[in-house]
Design a protein around this ligand. Structure first.
Ligand code: CTP
Length: 397
């Protein structure tokens, strides 16, 4: 699929969109231009129609474009949504999920990577609200090509000038390349906690929110993988496009992993699987008066260890939540479970790990090598993990 959507907002740098279009065409990409109403006041859509040979889309419900669900159809056809130039207004709309014109509606309909190249005056760009909007979008996986410092239309020197066209185009191609890097691969990803019940209302569990596993699934999807997400109970929204298998207990998780493991190319166990379950599970609520004097726990199956033995050519990635000797313990687990990599984190650190939007991890490899990250969003950590998997796939693992 060699088609991209180019969103064009009203900015003095709008003329640079012509060069952007040409750069994609040189690489045989079809470009569907979507303009905002204000952008059409600066340049006629006819210019972009002439350049692309396609009707420019401006309005959701214009008569000359009668297909009301065109945004949904087109969303399935493009492999990148690039917005260049993007105004503070459009960034704000994207960040808040507003869908009141074609471009902002389209943003909510696409599953492909989204890249934004902002252009505005310095005060607007540096305004706390704009920066908060950019941060929020980054957390949802949207990428930015930062504007540069230079001469602005308001006759000021400052931040806010549209990034050079080559930089916008290079970043786009990197994303496009990546969006296909897992094409044809099946990723089996587990996420969230498991619950081990003693009766219908009581269980053993842990505070895992599932965010890390869901971000990994989102990242794998963005790179073109087919994703099967085996999820314990969570309150977060699964990434669109993933095939979800809901489970409660470790045994149910093991069953689902066993079902899909034979056809999987990659298994990522991000789930916080409970290590023990109750030896007996009462089908009725256990009454206070009948509370047992002792509780017997038995081990749950170690899913990763079991499938590590059947690894074959698959790539296996584990997670290790540690409170001490983080890298040492993680390395032991990587070796015991026959993993290609284990993502270790110190759960005693405040503001990262369980339930947080952030994580700080060390990727530990069975040969003892490791890569440390700074505190980053779970979306960024997922990209880091998937970059390593991508390299391994490239090397024919
Ligand atoms: N894991 C698993 N099945 C289990 C327990 C853990 O598949 N019953 C997986 C986790 O999903 C994770 C990795 O094994 O990817 C390490 O999990 P962790 O809980 O850190 O380690 P354990 O092996 O359970 O060891 P310990 O609890 O003693 O640290």
């Amino acid at each position: 699929m060699k088609k991209i959507a180019l969103g064009i907002c009203s900015s003095i740098s709008i003329y640079k969109a012509c060069e952007i279009i040409r750069s994609f065409q040189k690489e045989d990409y079809e470009v569907q231009v979507i303009m905002t109403e204000n952008a059409t006041k600066l340049i006629s859509p006819r210019l972009f129609s002439a350049l692309t040979g396609r009707r420019v889309i401006v309005d959701l419900f214009k008569d000359e474009f009668p297909d009301e669900i065109a945004h949904v159809e087109l969303a399935g056809e493009v492999s990148l949504l690039l917005v260049a130039p993007a105004t503070a207004n459009m960034i704000g709309k994207f960040a808040s999920g507003i869908a009141d014109d074609f471009l902002s509606t389209f943003h909510l309909a696409v599953k492909c990577p989204v890249l934004i190249a902002p252009a505005m005056n310095e005060a607007m760009f540096l305004h706390k609200q704009t920066q908060a909007n950019i941060k929020k979008l980054r957390e949802t996986g949207v990428r930015f090509v930062e504007p540069e410092k230079g001469y602005l239309a308001c006759k000021d020197e400052g931040w806010g000038r549209l990034a050079p066209v080559e930089k916008i185009v290079d970043t786009s191609f990197q994303l496009l390349h990546r969006s296909q890097s897992f094409a044809g691969r099946i990723f089996l990803i587990t996420a969230g906690p498991t619950r081990e019940y003693s009766d219908p209302v009581r269980y053993l569990s842990n505070p895992s929110s599932g965010k890390m596993g869901y971000e990994l699934a989102r990242e794998a999807l963005q790179r073109g993988a087919e994703v099967i997400l085996v999820s314990g109970p969570t309150h977060i929204i699964p990434p669109p496009g993933a095939r979800i298998k809901w489970v409660q207990t470790a045994e149910e998780m093991e069953r689902e992993v066993a079902r899909f493991f034979p056809k999987a190319d990659v298994l990522v166990m991000a789930a916080a699987v409970a290590d023990h379950r109750f030896s007996t599970v009462s089908s009725q609520k256990i009454k206070k008066q009948k509370k047992p004097k002792t509780i017997h726990l038995v081990p749950t199956p170690d899913i990763l260890q079991k499938f590590g033995k059947k690894k074959g050519k698959r790539i296996l990635v584990g997670f290790a939540a540690e409170t001490e000797k983080v890298e040492e313990n993680a390395l032991k687990k990587a070796m015991q479970k026959n993993l290609d990599m284990i993502v270790a984190n110190d759960i005693t650190k405040k503001g990262t790990g369980f339930g947080s939007d952030y994580n700080q991890v060390t990727l530990v490899f069975p040969d003892g090598k490791s890569i440390r990250s700074s505190k980053r969003t779970k979306s960024e950590i997922s990209a880091m993990v998937m970059d390593v998997i991508e390299e391994k796939i490239g090397k024919g693992s």
